[in-house]
Design a protein around this ligand. Sequence first.
Ligand code: FES
Length: 325
Amino acid sequence: MTTTALPISAHPAVEGGLQLEVTSVSVQTESIVSIILANPSGGTLPSYVPGSHLVVQYGDGVNAYSLTGSGNAPSEYAISVLRVEDGAGGSMAMHQLAVGDRVYVSRPRSAFAPVSTATHHLLVAAGIGITPVLSHARAAADRGTTSSLIYVYRPGAGAHVDEARELLGPALTECSNRTGFQEVLTEQLASQNLGTHLYVCGPGAFMDGVLGQARELGWPEARLHSEAFGAAELDEGEPFSVNLVRSGIKLEVPAGVSLLETLENAGKTIPNMCRKGICGECSLSVLRGAPQHRDLYLTDEEKAENTTMMCCVSRSEDPELELDL
Ligand code: FES
């Protein structure tokens, strides 16, 4: 068997993390593989909060993948990777991994955690968005809390379908067309009690549609949770202004242009590595205003503080942000 050697050095985004070995690669669908990673010397791996992700290094780059297990004293980490032909190459590299290969990974990070006070978890996933919500469903089953899942996938292209059926039984609704999904979603959003929290993962437009409908039906923001696949799935966002307090200048950030690009165009040098909201390098201090956090680096608590933002992907909820720059 030929195995891939580890890169000579770990990417900053996975420094302080782990070196794991691929112990299994299995085909989920034509374009999705599941990869199991374990400690080469055995033993349990760090536990993680359901819905967490792992940053995995490939060559000089990094990508973030959701962990599909419950996170409780894991002996292995399981991720599933959708092959993206025209992406930056990370998914293609992941699809070439074989049993015995070693990879650098971060410690698991949580940015899509279940709310412990929820009386029920309503999970909604499209396509590869099944991965973090499967983790939520497993954890809910382990902890004796209830969850239900609406899973939308193209016929023949659903990953983890058998596991979801086994785990959720009648609490799983599978949809393969837009009309059927819309009916189920409307019915379930309208019939939940006040203790239910909604978690949605899928393409940007899909998530916007689900969250928009929930808001129309009166769901408060505190009960809405979402996770994008990554920077490629983020929409272009609204324009906003940034006031750079130490520099004494104000810049306009147009839709479709990141704050990082805007700062670079204005001659500012901002440390950055991944430009995907994963590594934490492009962190900026926020003095006033509420960032629209779209990164996978900050925890939910750090995001709620609104004192730091990742300028490569995050934007602003307010018309203007004041930055310590
Ligand atoms: S450059 Fe990596 S989080 Fe922004």
